[in-house]
Design a protein around this ligand. Structure first.
Ligand code: G2I
Length: 446
């Protein structure tokens, strides 16, 4: 039912793009990632920020993904910045968005060493106080969304690289068993949620993943509730561990699910076509490994667009880690994910395409952008045309001259950006007004 709606109508209405000069629109019939994943009974998710859920960002998140993870909104520091004062607004917004779009939510994260409020991180707690704080945080946070979240990352990043336990607030105060206690409290707080422990650098077989493996085995032996293991997968270009599938399989063999929870693959900037091709191969390898193991439930990307990724601010000079570029155009990595999920995509050849996106929207207006990109073709001048179906009105444009007559908008190049070389792109922007709804039009190049 949902799949039919997405496949037939959203794909044609909201795709936001496309016109090809000199070649058929090769990707027009391709299904959204979520429909491909549904057919394989897999999760394809994305981390999201509640504040960004409008315009093109919201359209892509809803159209392409069958699951979302709040990137920051459910962390302790976000929900209880001051002791006893809760702020659920962003988390609520994400859960509501997911439900409206038939998406699962992965809760992230309850017991972690990072992004804790300073009152908690800097407090001097006895073990009894700390235990009480942890258990009541789990009960309150999971309780708020009881029955609505599919999955929770209960304990996050418990290990050091050498497989020893991380010296955290929790480990130092409660010892190793804080993990079992947190999982037990989590099961009580929401019996329907799948409970995970989650970490990074545990994708291949190594000291850290082996420590996690031993922990999960011992939790299972003790009857502690544990349903899954999250492999974050913040990877580096060309460095997908060769033992990824083997590692997923060994966890599966313990009787737990495995999820790729925070996938991104960063590269040294600037991106170029060789790096993007390598990245596509890397994404394909990760998805293939998950698809090959029935207990691998799927993969979540840690933001779907390069403009929204945590990578550039954390690793200066690195970036371009996600499947969509800064203007929300799908990259080769997007097509690799689609193919790993069973889709068929044929890259367009010899064409220039125009991609329309809403980059910001407020109650009466919005900022839009159109990116014209050429691959196997070039332009020496251009005109982008579209029709507004809901009364939108362009008020101002930059890097193009736009005129609107009735519903018909026509934007031609400025004196300095008519040339679009093979492999190059130009982008222009505009402000416009809207009321009621703001559907994305199809742009044609003429
Ligand atoms: O660090 C990457 C991820 C590693 N695994 C756990 C994830 O929860 C973690 O996510 C990142 C978010 O992507 C960042 O967005 O966690 C960071 C914090 O450890 C997040 O960064 C924070 C910044 O540190 C804050 O300054 C900022 O206010 O994001 C906040 C919201 O934008």
């Amino acid at each position: 039912m949902r799949s039919l709606r997405t496949g037939l109508s959203l794909a044609s209405l909201v795709t936001g793009l496309a016109l090809l000069l000199g070649a058929p629109p090769a990707q027009a019939a391709d299904l959204p990632l979520r429909d491909l994943a549904d057919a394989k009974n897999k999760v394809i998710g994305t981390a999201v920020a509640g504040s960004k859920l409008t315009g093109t960002y919201a359209e892509i998140a809803a159209r392409e993904f069958n699951a979302v993870t709040p990137e920051n909104a459910m962390k302790w520091g976000s929900v209880e910045p001051t002791r006893g004062t809760y702020n659920w607004a962003e988390a609520d917004r994400i859960v509501d968005f997911a439900e409206a779009n038939g998406q699962q939510v992965r809760g992230h994260t309850l017991v972690w060493h990072s992004q804790n409020p300073s009152w908690l991180a800097n407090g001097a707690w006895t073990a009894a106080e700390l235990r009480q704080l942890m258990n009541s945080h789990i009960a309150t946070t999971m309780g708020r969304y009881q029955g609505r979240l599919a999955t929770w990352d209960v304990v996050n990043e418990a290990f050091n690289e050498d497989g020893t336990y991380r010296q955290s607030l929790w480990y130092n105060g409660l010892g190793t068993d804080y993990i079992a206690e947190a999982l037990t409290a989590a099961r009580a707080a929401d019996p329907s949620a799948k409970l995970y422990i989650n970490d990074y650098n545990v994708e291949g077989v190594n000291a850290k993943s082996t420590a996690m493996y031993n922990l999960v085995r011992s939790l299972k032996e003790r009857g502690v509730p544990i349903d899954g293991v999250g492999l974050q997968a913040h990877l580096i270009l060309g460095q997908v561990p060769a033992t990824l599938q083997q590692n997923i399989q060994r966890f599966a063999d313990l009787g737990v699910d495995v999820a790729i929870t925070e996938l991104d693959i960063r590269m040294t900037l600037p991106a170029d076509s060789a790096k993007l091709a390598q990245q596509a191969a890397d994404y394909r390898q990760v998805l293939n490994a998950c698809v090959a193991v029935p207990r691998c439930v799927g993969a979540t990307v840690w933001g779907f667009g390069d403009a929204d990724s945590w990578v550039p601010s954390t690793f200066p000079g690195q970036g371009a880690a996600t499947p969509y570029d800064e203007g929300y155009a799908p990259k080769p990595a997007y097509h690799a994910i689609a193919e790993a999920l069973g889709g068929t995509t044929t890259p367009p050849t010899g064409a220039c395409t125009a991609t329309y996106s809403v980059v910001n929207q407020w109650n009466s207006g919005f900022t839009g952008q159109v990116r014209i990109a050429c691959d196997g073709a070039s332009l020496s001048s251009w005109k982008a045309n579209w029709t507004y179906g809901a009364g939108q009105q362009v008020t101002q444009a930059w890097n193009a001259t736009c005129t609107q007559s009735g519903t018909a908008v026509s934007c031609s190049n400025a004196s300095y950006n008519g040339t679009v070389p093979d492999g190059g792109s130009v982008t222009f922007g505009f402000n416009a007004s809207w009321t009621g709804s703001n559907p994305v039009p199809t742009v044609t190049l003429g």
